[in-house]
Design a protein around this ligand. Structure first.
Ligand SMILES: [Zn+2]
Length: 104
């Protein structure tokens, strides 16, 4: 007799943990990566799917856009631009990362 193997639900589990973390308070990709134990890149990939499944439930992923700490330039509220490295306005590299939460 062999033990039944648990189903390979790693991606689902990661997304469930992400959604739980997102319901707390707005968090950056880095904070989310620390909470769920994934890289920032993986977090952003999973967030795309989380945003899609939220929209099928009539909810949305709220994105607090990244912001330049030097001139307060606001980046687009876009998952693909969550981690800008440099401000296009003043060229500073002190950027506050975008943060995410689950909207109503
Ligand atoms: Zn700037």
């Amino acid at each position: 007799m062999t033990e039944p193997k648990p189903p390979p639900a790693r991606a689902d589990t990661a997304r469930t943990r992400l959604r739980e973390a997102l319901s707390d308070e707005p968090l950056s990709a880095r904070e989310l990566s620390q909470r769920v134990g994934l890289s920032e890149k993986e977090v952003l990939e999973h967030l795309l799917h989380v945003a899609r499944s939220l929209s099928t439930e009539g909810r949305s992923l709220d994105i607090l856009p990244a912001r330049c700490k030097s001139c307060s330039f606001h980046f687009e509220a876009d998952l693909a631009r969550a981690r800008p490295s440099r401000c296009p306005n003043c060229k500073a590299e002190r950027i506050e990362a975008a943060r995410f939460s689950v909207g109503a």
